[in-house]
Design a protein around this ligand. Structure first.
Ligand code: URA
Length: 247
Protein backbone atom coordinates (compact mmCIF):
# COMPACT_ATOMS: atom_id res chain seq x y z
CA UNK A 1 0.00 0.00 0.00
CA UNK A 2 2.82 2.40 0.94
CA UNK A 3 4.66 1.59 -2.29
CA UNK A 4 1.51 2.23 -4.29
CA UNK A 5 1.07 5.65 -2.65
CA UNK A 6 4.68 6.58 -3.33
CA UNK A 7 4.26 5.65 -6.98
CA UNK A 8 1.16 7.79 -7.46
CA UNK A 9 2.64 10.79 -5.57
CA UNK A 10 5.78 10.66 -7.69
CA UNK A 11 3.67 10.62 -10.83
CA UNK A 12 1.63 13.74 -10.03
CA UNK A 13 1.90 16.00 -13.06
CA UNK A 14 0.28 19.39 -13.42
CA UNK A 15 0.16 21.98 -16.17
CA UNK A 16 2.43 24.97 -15.53
CA UNK A 17 -0.43 27.43 -14.95
CA UNK A 18 -1.92 25.12 -12.30
CA UNK A 19 1.49 24.72 -10.67
CA UNK A 20 1.98 28.49 -10.36
CA UNK A 21 -1.56 28.98 -9.11
CA UNK A 22 -1.15 26.21 -6.51
CA UNK A 23 1.98 27.96 -5.24
CA UNK A 24 0.07 31.18 -4.63
CA UNK A 25 1.32 33.28 -7.53
CA UNK A 26 -2.15 34.53 -8.47
CA UNK A 27 -5.23 33.56 -10.45
CA UNK A 28 -5.05 31.03 -13.28
CA UNK A 29 -5.46 33.88 -15.79
CA UNK A 30 -2.64 35.88 -14.22
CA UNK A 31 -0.35 32.81 -14.10
CA UNK A 32 -1.03 32.11 -17.79
CA UNK A 33 -0.03 35.69 -18.56
CA UNK A 34 3.22 35.34 -16.59
CA UNK A 35 4.03 32.19 -18.57
CA UNK A 36 3.17 33.81 -21.92
CA UNK A 37 5.38 36.79 -20.99
CA UNK A 38 8.37 34.43 -20.58
CA UNK A 39 8.73 35.03 -16.85
CA UNK A 40 8.84 31.32 -15.92
CA UNK A 41 11.72 28.92 -16.49
CA UNK A 42 12.40 25.32 -15.55
CA UNK A 43 15.93 23.91 -15.68
CA UNK A 44 17.06 27.18 -17.28
CA UNK A 45 14.54 26.87 -20.15
CA UNK A 46 11.85 29.53 -20.48
CA UNK A 47 8.44 27.86 -20.86
CA UNK A 48 5.82 29.93 -22.65
CA UNK A 49 3.14 27.23 -23.07
CA UNK A 50 0.91 27.12 -19.99
CA UNK A 51 -0.27 23.63 -20.98
CA UNK A 52 3.22 22.14 -20.58
CA UNK A 53 2.99 19.72 -17.66
CA UNK A 54 5.59 18.76 -15.07
CA UNK A 55 5.92 16.28 -12.22
CA UNK A 56 5.53 18.37 -9.07
CA UNK A 57 7.72 16.18 -6.84
CA UNK A 58 11.07 17.94 -6.41
CA UNK A 59 10.19 20.56 -9.05
CA UNK A 60 12.17 23.82 -9.07
CA UNK A 61 11.11 26.75 -11.16
CA UNK A 62 12.23 30.31 -11.70
CA UNK A 63 9.77 33.20 -11.64
CA UNK A 64 11.02 36.72 -12.29
CA UNK A 65 14.52 35.25 -11.99
CA UNK A 66 13.85 34.05 -8.44
CA UNK A 67 14.07 30.31 -7.74
CA UNK A 68 11.23 28.46 -6.01
CA UNK A 69 10.69 24.85 -4.96
CA UNK A 70 7.26 23.37 -5.53
CA UNK A 71 5.74 22.82 -2.09
CA UNK A 72 2.54 20.86 -1.57
CA UNK A 73 2.22 22.66 1.77
CA UNK A 74 4.01 25.57 3.39
CA UNK A 75 5.60 25.33 6.84
CA UNK A 76 7.13 28.64 7.83
CA UNK A 77 8.89 30.03 10.90
CA UNK A 78 8.99 33.78 11.48
CA UNK A 79 10.92 35.77 14.07
CA UNK A 80 8.00 38.05 14.79
CA UNK A 81 8.78 41.70 15.52
CA UNK A 82 6.86 43.81 18.02
CA UNK A 83 3.99 46.07 16.88
CA UNK A 84 2.69 43.45 14.44
CA UNK A 85 -0.65 41.63 14.79
CA UNK A 86 -1.14 37.99 13.86
CA UNK A 87 -4.64 38.63 12.54
CA UNK A 88 -5.33 38.98 8.83
CA UNK A 89 -7.61 41.90 9.73
CA UNK A 90 -5.61 43.75 12.38
CA UNK A 91 -7.08 46.53 14.51
CA UNK A 92 -4.13 48.74 15.58
CA UNK A 93 -0.91 47.51 13.99
CA UNK A 94 0.09 46.06 10.61
CA UNK A 95 -0.78 42.40 9.99
CA UNK A 96 1.97 39.79 10.03
CA UNK A 97 1.08 39.17 6.37
CA UNK A 98 2.51 42.57 5.43
CA UNK A 99 6.01 41.25 6.22
CA UNK A 100 5.57 37.90 4.41
CA UNK A 101 5.51 37.18 0.65
CA UNK A 102 2.16 37.89 -0.99
CA UNK A 103 1.78 34.31 -2.21
CA UNK A 104 1.42 33.14 1.41
CA UNK A 105 -1.86 35.07 1.59
CA UNK A 106 -3.01 33.55 -1.72
CA UNK A 107 -2.28 30.10 -0.28
CA UNK A 108 -4.32 30.85 2.83
CA UNK A 109 -1.37 30.45 5.17
CA UNK A 110 -2.46 30.87 8.82
CA UNK A 111 -0.50 31.51 12.00
CA UNK A 112 -0.32 28.44 14.24
CA UNK A 113 -1.78 30.04 17.35
CA UNK A 114 -1.19 33.73 17.96
CA UNK A 115 1.30 35.98 19.66
CA UNK A 116 0.22 39.34 21.08
CA UNK A 117 1.11 42.40 19.01
CA UNK A 118 3.94 43.26 21.45
CA UNK A 119 5.26 39.69 21.83
CA UNK A 120 8.29 38.90 19.69
CA UNK A 121 9.89 35.63 18.62
CA UNK A 122 9.02 32.28 17.11
CA UNK A 123 5.74 32.15 15.20
CA UNK A 124 4.83 29.20 12.96
CA UNK A 125 2.61 29.58 9.93
CA UNK A 126 1.20 26.98 7.55
CA UNK A 127 -1.49 26.22 4.98
CA UNK A 128 -1.72 22.60 6.20
CA UNK A 129 -4.89 22.37 8.30
CA UNK A 130 -3.92 19.03 9.85
CA UNK A 131 -0.55 20.45 10.95
CA UNK A 132 -2.14 23.60 12.41
CA UNK A 133 -4.68 21.50 14.28
CA UNK A 134 -2.07 19.07 15.62
CA UNK A 135 0.21 21.89 16.77
CA UNK A 136 -2.50 23.90 18.47
CA UNK A 137 -4.54 21.03 19.92
CA UNK A 138 -4.49 21.15 23.75
CA UNK A 139 -4.33 17.32 23.68
CA UNK A 140 -0.89 17.41 22.06
CA UNK A 141 0.68 19.40 24.93
CA UNK A 142 3.29 21.01 22.68
CA UNK A 143 5.58 22.90 25.12
CA UNK A 144 6.32 26.52 24.34
CA UNK A 145 9.24 28.33 25.92
CA UNK A 146 8.97 32.06 26.65
CA UNK A 147 11.49 34.57 27.92
CA UNK A 148 9.69 37.15 30.06
CA UNK A 149 11.06 40.44 31.34
CA UNK A 150 9.27 41.64 34.46
CA UNK A 151 8.69 45.04 36.06
CA UNK A 152 9.30 43.81 39.61
CA UNK A 153 12.37 41.72 40.49
CA UNK A 154 11.96 37.96 40.06
CA UNK A 155 12.30 35.88 43.21
CA UNK A 156 11.95 32.24 44.22
CA UNK A 157 8.42 32.87 45.50
CA UNK A 158 7.30 34.01 42.03
CA UNK A 159 8.94 31.04 40.32
CA UNK A 160 7.34 28.61 42.78
CA UNK A 161 3.91 30.25 42.39
CA UNK A 162 4.07 29.84 38.59
CA UNK A 163 5.07 26.19 38.92
CA UNK A 164 2.41 25.48 41.57
CA UNK A 165 -0.29 27.17 39.45
CA UNK A 166 -2.11 30.49 39.60
CA UNK A 167 -5.81 31.14 39.34
CA UNK A 168 -6.87 33.30 36.37
CA UNK A 169 -10.29 34.83 36.79
CA UNK A 170 -11.95 33.17 33.75
CA UNK A 171 -10.38 29.71 34.17
CA UNK A 172 -12.06 26.90 36.09
CA UNK A 173 -8.84 25.74 37.74
CA UNK A 174 -5.32 27.13 38.35
CA UNK A 175 -2.88 27.12 35.43
CA UNK A 176 0.67 25.97 36.11
CA UNK A 177 3.89 26.35 34.16
CA UNK A 178 5.48 23.10 33.04
CA UNK A 179 8.72 24.62 34.24
CA UNK A 180 10.04 28.02 35.20
CA UNK A 181 13.48 29.36 36.04
CA UNK A 182 14.95 32.73 36.88
CA UNK A 183 17.48 33.89 34.28
CA UNK A 184 18.08 37.45 35.46
CA UNK A 185 17.07 39.95 38.11
CA UNK A 186 14.01 40.89 36.03
CA UNK A 187 13.90 37.89 33.75
CA UNK A 188 12.57 34.34 33.74
CA UNK A 189 12.08 31.48 31.32
CA UNK A 190 8.70 29.83 31.48
CA UNK A 191 7.42 26.76 29.63
CA UNK A 192 3.69 26.44 29.01
CA UNK A 193 1.78 23.56 27.48
CA UNK A 194 -1.46 25.47 26.99
CA UNK A 195 -1.98 28.50 24.77
CA UNK A 196 -4.60 30.53 26.60
CA UNK A 197 -5.21 34.18 25.74
CA UNK A 198 -2.36 36.40 27.14
CA UNK A 199 -1.44 33.43 29.30
CA UNK A 200 2.09 34.39 30.34
CA UNK A 201 1.14 38.00 31.05
CA UNK A 202 -1.96 37.01 33.01
CA UNK A 203 -0.08 34.35 35.00
CA UNK A 204 2.63 36.87 35.94
CA UNK A 205 -0.01 39.42 36.94
CA UNK A 206 -1.87 36.79 39.01
CA UNK A 207 1.41 35.98 40.76
CA UNK A 208 1.89 39.65 41.70
CA UNK A 209 4.31 40.85 39.01
CA UNK A 210 3.93 42.46 35.57
CA UNK A 211 5.25 41.36 32.19
CA UNK A 212 7.21 44.21 30.57
CA UNK A 213 8.37 42.24 27.50
CA UNK A 214 7.80 38.76 26.14
CA UNK A 215 9.63 36.66 23.57
CA UNK A 216 8.82 33.09 22.48
CA UNK A 217 12.12 31.31 22.07
CA UNK A 218 11.12 27.69 21.37
CA UNK A 219 8.22 25.47 20.35
CA UNK A 220 8.72 21.78 21.08
CA UNK A 221 12.35 21.05 20.19
CA UNK A 222 12.56 23.88 17.65
CA UNK A 223 14.47 26.89 18.95
CA UNK A 224 14.64 30.40 17.57
CA UNK A 225 18.40 30.38 18.18
CA UNK A 226 18.91 27.35 15.91
CA UNK A 227 16.90 29.00 13.13
CA UNK A 228 19.22 32.04 13.22
CA UNK A 229 16.49 34.41 12.04
CA UNK A 230 16.89 38.16 12.45
CA UNK A 231 13.82 39.97 13.77
CA UNK A 232 11.30 40.08 10.91
CA UNK A 233 13.05 37.28 8.99
CA UNK A 234 11.29 34.04 8.05
CA UNK A 235 12.30 30.66 6.61
CA UNK A 236 10.70 27.49 5.29
CA UNK A 237 10.98 24.59 7.74
CA UNK A 238 12.65 21.43 6.46
CA UNK A 239 11.70 17.85 7.45
CA UNK A 240 14.27 17.75 10.25
CA UNK A 241 12.93 20.96 11.79
CA UNK A 242 9.34 19.73 11.45
CA UNK A 243 10.36 16.53 13.23
CA UNK A 244 11.54 18.65 16.19
CA UNK A 245 8.00 19.97 16.50
CA UNK A 246 6.49 16.48 16.55
CA UNK A 247 8.61 15.16 19.41
N1 URA B 1 1.36 34.61 26.51
C1 URA B 1 1.08 35.93 26.42
O1 URA B 1 0.72 36.56 27.41
N2 URA B 1 1.23 36.53 25.22
C2 URA B 1 1.64 35.89 24.11
O2 URA B 1 1.77 36.52 23.04
C3 URA B 1 1.93 34.52 24.21
C4 URA B 1 1.77 33.90 25.42
Amino acid sequence: MAALFWYSAAMTKLSLDRILQSQGFGSRKWCRQLIADGEVAIDGIVITDFRASFATEGLRFTLFEEEWDYRAHLYVALNKPSAIECSRKPSHHPSVFTILPEQFTWRDVQPVGRLDHDTTGLLLLSDDGAFIHAQSSPKRHVPKLYLATTDEAVDEKLVQALIAGVQLHDEPSPLAALSCKQTGEHQLEIILEQGKYHQVKRMLAAAGNHCAALQRIAIGGLTLAALELEIGEWCFLNDEQLELLRN
